[in-house]
Design a protein around this ligand. Structure first.
Ligand SMILES: [Zn+2]
Length: 155
């Protein structure tokens, strides 16, 4: 994507909240920043989490993780459509909101802790994160307009 278009993408974001430990072009990084700001506004999150995108699965995560206390969000970015990355971000941002309101009673890092772990299956905070994450991505993808809609489905 050319530089002139990229400059149009620049928005007022706190850049140091984002760490890209993965190969990702600037256009996608901008979409991710814009979506995180959108989530913060929509969910009325007081303190923006530190967001780190990685290209390899790390401990305590499946495709994403939220760590209460540290207020960090970790999301797997490699080999995923941007829409799927955003869905994970919306899910983890919902956990941040739950943490701020006290709804997140479980103080363990939120994320898949292995195939035998059932502690986040069918529990309220997890179902809410799935539902809100889905709603956030739907609204964002339809309103965004900075990139063609189909771009969001590309790997
Ligand atoms: Zn979750």
């Amino acid at each position: 994507m050319n530089k002139r278009i990229l400059r149009l993408f620049e928005s007022a974001v706190i850049q140091d909240k984002f760490i890209f430990d993965c190969a990702m072009d600037e256009a996608r990084q901008t979409i991710i920043r814009d979506f995180c700001n959108f989530c913060q506004k929509k969910l009325e999150i007081e303190e923006m989490p530190q967001v780190r995108l990685v290209d390899k699965k790390e401990e305590n995560m499946s495709t994403g993780a939220y760590t209460p206390g540290a207020n960090t969000v970790l999301v797997l970015a490699a080999h995923r459509a941007i829409l799927d990355i955003l869905r994970s971000l919306g899910h983890e941002f919902t956990h941040r909101k739950q943490d701020e309101t006290g709804a997140l009673k479980n103080i363990q890092p939120q994320g898949d802790r292995g195939k035998d772990d059932m502690s986040d299956v069918g529990v309220d905070f997890e179902d809410e994160a799935n539902a809100k994450g889905g709603a956030l991505i739907k609204e964002f993808s339809r309103k965004y307009g900075k990139v063609p809609f189909e771009t969001l489905f590309e790997l």
